[in-house]
Each structure stands twice: as C-alpha cells, then as structure tokens.
Design a protein around this ligand. Structure first.
Ligand SMILES: Cc1cc2nc3c(=O)[nH]c(=O)nc-3n(C[C@H](O)[C@H](O)[C@H](O)COP(=O)(O)OP(=O)(O)OC[C@H]3O[C@@H](n4cnc5c(N)ncnc54)[C@H](O)[C@@H]3O)c2cc1C
Length: 439
C-alpha cells in the first residue's frame, strides 16, 4: 500500500522538525523551501533551519521553562534538539550552538531522509491539504495574501513588543499597586527619584541594540517607537511620555519625595503572574534589557518571560483560527507551525513543528489525537495560541505562567518550577512509554 503523503512549506526550525516527525511516522513529505533562490531580509545562509540572530537556544535548566521544553523535545525524539546537542558550544547554563554546524547537520539529516523530498521553490498560495505551513515571522508576498484570503483576516504585521516579567521576581517593597487618577489598583508602579531617572536614561540611550529587520517603512517605525529611540529625542521625553508621574498622588520614590518619573507594569495574563512594562517596546539586545531595565527600582532581579522585540512579525490571530493541534478550524488538514502561529523563539517554533507534525501524521494514519495538556510545556504553548482570550494576542515564549499551576504549590519559586518540570516530564514519559505516541 502506498504511504500517505503531506507537504510542509518552509524549512526553518518548525518546518524541519515537522518534516522529520511526519517522516518518523511513515509519511512521505514534500518539503518546500524558497532558499537559495530567495531569502527573507533576515536569512543569509543557504542551509536549512537557520538561526537568524542569536546562536543561543536559551536556558538548558529544568527550573526554567525553556529548559523544560528542550528536555521534553529530547524525550520526544526532536531533530532540532539532537542536532543542537551535537553542535553545542560552551555557554554556562544555556544551550548555545555552533550556528553553521547546527544548520548543516539538520540540512544533511533532512536531505538524507528517504521519506523527505526537498523542493527548492517559493510557494505562492496555500496548497491543498494535507499541509503544514511553517514559513516563519517574515512570511510575505503572494503567500501572505493567499493566507489572508483564506482566513478572511489580515495577519498581524509588525511586532513591537515590550518585555514581560514575572510578578514573583519583583521587589514588592519598591513596587506599588495603583492606577492613575485613583482608578483602582490594576497597575504596578516603580517610582523613581530624579537621580535614578537620569542614570536610567543615560544607560538606555547608550545601550547596545539589535539589527532592525523589516522597518524599511519609516512611518510604521514611528508608530511603535522603541523606548531607547524615544529617550534619544531628549532627556525629558520619557518623563513626559510613558514614564510620566501624573495622577499617582500617593506614590513616593526612595527618597520619600514625589516621584520624578514612574514606570508602570500592566497585568499580562489571566492568572496575574506576568506583567509587561508599559510603553517599553524595545530593540535592545537581550542582555542589555536585563542590565538596563534592571535599573528600574523593583526590577533589579526581574525574570524576563519575554524580551522586548522589534521586527516584522507576521502571525495569525491563532485563537480564532487554530485548534490546539495547530490545525485550521476553517479547513481540515491545513496546519500551521512555528512563529507564524504566535509562539515566539527558536525552540518554541521547533516544538510547535513537532506537535503539528505529530497531529497531522496521526490524522493521516487514522489514529486518535494526542493531547499534550497544559501540564507540559509543549502542550501549554499549543493551548496558549489556540485559546488565549485576553486583550491583544501577542507571540509568547514558553514560560511557567502559561502552564497549569500546581495544587498546593510551594512558595519557593525554584522548588515550584522544579516540581512543575517533574510533573511535565512524567506526562511526557507516559505518552512516550512503549512508543505509544508513534502508534
Ligand atoms: C530578525 C529576527 C531575529 C530573531 N531573533 C531570535 C533570537 O535571537 N532568538 C530566538 O529564539 N528567536 C528569534 N527570532 C524569532 C524566531 O524564533 C525565529 O524567527 C525562528 O526562526 C522562527 O522559526 P520558524 O520555523 O517559524 O521560521 P523560520 O526559521 O524563519 O523559517 C521559515 C522558512 O520558510 C522559508 N520560507 C518563507 N516563505 C516561504 C515561501 N513562500 N515558500 C517557501 N519557503 C518559504 C524561509 O526561507 C525559512 O527558511 C527572531 C526573529 C526575527 C525575524
């Protein structure tokens, strides 16, 4: 009997992982990649699975959610993790890779897989099902128009995101709850003295930034200006802009006086465990965000669940369109994976590729679906993108805040995170016991 077949569009982190998973399930795959004929503004190499920016895949520790996600993927037989582990370079508690070695290894594995046919071609319209579309955050042109026509919806286009930190990691002796003009206590406020404000602005304007991609249209850039660019316009710009101290009569700064400036944090998830820094969309490099935003009173030890980013980022309104298996509600057999679904980050993209690949393969083979619940990191991402019901849907890195919380959770954060990881890995081990997810 002929093997079932499927197409995967885009051979990045998500597409390669999806193709490998489909192949492992015995599905024949046509993997379409537009390189080397055409590159996005961020892709430079001709190899597959290219890391467009940092060579770090972030923490490799189990008390960190991205460390947990990596370990789940290892246990699930992920190609990206196998190649990352084989090409790792020293990076403390993080997993960083030899960028070229990593991409070359994935490329070789894909090219030598007898179930995968690599087709160097740009895809310009949504293909017939079964298909997984994994063309990444820089998807554009005819394909983007075709996706928009199918969904009857425009894709989000520019991502100018402020950092998100955990409530747990804030110093609540310095952070005060209040809303401007006595409208409740929804916001967290970090009051600053004049000295603190000017030291902060000086550090901000001289901090190192990442290269900008996709902001050729300056009018768009103007509409979502990074906080560091705003600060360069004048010493007072932030104090009259996002850091204005008005309407917060009861606040005092560390010198006991009225604050000179105030940084506000807004709740970012229903559980109230995550907060974003209001008006702080930024293009600073990630370590610089930790250093400079760590100067804000109360944020000295802030744990960043998502760093601020500025890049063109096409992603679906996934809660409206995708199921928790990454399948389009509107059209059976059409799946999406990777950053285009609203997951954020290399490993998160690979994780969604794995999950979409597994779900499509099981569907093609007439097998029951597998639900990775919110107890697992891989499941929490899928549930986040398909079920988010807050204000504006934004791409999200994996974090413990979107996973199912523990009953009787210990107060100690590290203990709590380790227990969540232990529970997640037990779930994964049960699912993979005797290879049951593959049958
Ligand atoms: C500028 C920038 C910097 C980033 N930096 C980081 C970082 O440092 N760390 C981090 O964790 N994440 C980073 N990200 C976010 C994200 O993790 C990466 O973009 C990640 O590569 C997404 O994986 P993906 O598989 O969804 O897409 P990609 O890895 O972008 O893969 C998409 C693939 O599809 C191909 N393709 C696109 N359109 C077509 C088409 N029509 N037909 C055929 N092929 C097509 C592309 O050539 C590409 O190979 C960054 C994103 C951007 C844009």
């Amino acid at each position: 009997m002929e093997k079932p077949s499927a197409s995967v569009i885009g051979a990045g982190l998500a597409g390669c992982e999806a193709a490998h998973t489909l192949s492992r399930m015995g599905i024949r795959v046509r993997l379409y990649e537009m390189k080397p004929q055409k590159h996005t503004p961020a892709h430079k190499s001709n190899d597959l699975c290219e890391l467009v920016c940092s060579n770090s895949l972030r923490s490799d520790k189990l008390d960190n959610a991205v460390g947990l996600l990596k370990e789940e993927l290892r246990r699930l037989g992920s190609l990206v993790m196998e190649c990352a582990d084989a090409t790792r370079v020293p990076a403390g508690g993080a997993l960083a890779v030899d960028r070229e070695g990593f991409s070359k290894m994935v490329t070789e594995r894909i090219k030598s897989d007898p179930n995968i046919e690599l087709i160097s071609e740009e895809v310009t319209s949504v293909p017939d099902a079964p298909v997984i579309i994994a063309t990444g955050p820089l998807t554009d042109g005819e394909l983007m128009k075709s996706i928009e026509a199918l969904l009857g919806d425009s894709l989000h286009f520019f991502d100018a995101a402020a950092p998100i930190v955990t409530l747990d990691s804030l110093d609540m002796n310095k952070v005060k709850r209040a809303s401007r003009y006595d409208r409740g206590s929804d916001y967290l406020n970090c009051p600053m003295t004049m000295l603190e404000y000017y030291s902060f602005v000086r550090a901000l304007v001289s901090a190192e930034t990442a290269p900008l991609h996709g902001f050729e249209d300056k009018s768009v850039f103007e509409g979502c200006m990074p906080v560091e660019v705003m600060a360069r316009r004048g010493d007072q710009t932030l104090a009259f802009g996002p850091m204005k101290p008005v309407g917060l009569t009861d606040l005092t700064a560390s010198d006991g006086k009225k604050p000179y400036a105030v940084v506000q944090l807004r709740q970012d998830n229903a559980e109230g465990t995550l907060y974003n820094i209001v008006g702080f969309q930024t293009n600073l490099k990630f370590p610089e965000q930790r250093r400079v935003f760590g100067m804000i009173p109360g944020l000295e030890n802030a744990e960043f669940m998502r760093y601020g980013v500025m890049h063109r980022n096409s992603y679906l309104k996934s809660p409206k369109h995708l199921t928790s298996e990454y399948e389009l509600r509107e059209r059976s057999g059409v799946f999406f994976a990777g950053q285009i679904t609203g997951v954020e980050g290399y490993i998160e993209s690979a994780a969604s590729g794995f999950y979409a690949g597994l779900c499509l393969a099981r569907k093609l083979k007439g097998l029951s679906s597998i639900d990775f619940s919110r107890k697992t990191a891989i499941g929490a991402l899928a549930h986040y993108v398909s079920e988010y019901n807050g204000g504006s849907f934004q791409p999200m890195n994996i974090n413990f805040g979107i996973m199912q919380s523990l009953e009787n959770a210990p107060r100690d954060k590290l203990k709590r995170y380790s227990l969540i990881s232990e529970r997640a890995l037990n779930e994964i081990d049960e699912l993979t016991f005797e290879d049951r997810i593959w049958k």
